[in-house]
Design a protein around this ligand. Structure first.
Ligand SMILES: [Zn+2]
Length: 216
């Protein structure tokens, strides 16, 4: 079985969601989900890639552990919301990656306040996470913060990334900075990195843990 990825704006995308009906859930046992993820990574006709990002739900359960074993990611990017529980979950994930020898590239705080579209004041929505409880206190480097943005949400709903629709927007600049910092954290540019023997088509794999995302 070979699958063609969907390509938009120079990015190739594949999701289990593309293979299911719009309102169909991926209700499979963990072992089968791992099989599907492996198919998505290896049976898709990716062509030459600079980076492969794998977006995973939070947790340190079977699926995450299998993916780490199967894909041998070059690094993990941790995405947390500014909530105590999100940081607590992220710490477990960080420890799982540590045990597997996957370097933590850094963290991004998502839903970091709301920028008022009228006066551009940033409003805090969640009470701040105590330093002693946050992942930043355990040595994870903060690569950026992404506040809620009505513009971002509006463009996303219309299927146009903010970076394309409004490249000069402050929010777009935040994404560019985070991307640049992730590339720096990965080290050598992909063209210089040695291909991995188990997956020669993968130059770099970033595992993205998004605490607010349950698409899988
Ligand atoms: Zn205002």
């Amino acid at each position: 079985m070979s699958l063609e990825p969907v390509e938009r704006f120079g990015l190739k995308v594949m999701s289990a969601g593309f293979l299911l009906g719009e309102d169909q859930a991926l209700s499979l046992p963990a072992s089968s989900i791992t099989f599907v993820l492996n198919q998505l990574a290896r049976q898709v006709l990716w062509g030459k890639l600079d980076y492969l990002l794998v977006d995973l739900p939070p947790g340190t359960a079977d699926v995450q552990q299998h993916i780490v074993g199967l894909l041998q990611p070059s690094g993990a990017l941790i995405v947390v919301s500014p909530q105590d529980l999100a940081h607590l979950d992220a710490k477990k994930v960080i420890s799982m990656f540590g045990d597997a020898g996957v370097p933590i590239l850094g963290g991004v705080e998502n839903m970091h306040g709301l920028v008022c579209p009228h006066c551009h004041t940033q409003l805090e929505i969640f009470p701040s996470v105590r330093d002693s409880r946050s992942i930043w206190s355990s040595g994870v480097k903060k690569l950026g913060e992404v506040p809620f943005g009505p513009e971002l949400a509006r463009h996303a709903e219309q299927g146009r990334p903010l970076l394309i629709a409004e490249p000069d927007d402050a929010q777009a600049e935040r994404f560019r900075q985070i991307a640049a910092r992730v590339v720096t954290a990965l080290g050598a540019p992909p063209s210089l990195a040695a291909p991995r023997p188990t997956a020669p088509w993968v130059f770099q794999v970033i595992q993205v843990i998004d605490a607010g995302d349950s698409r899988w």
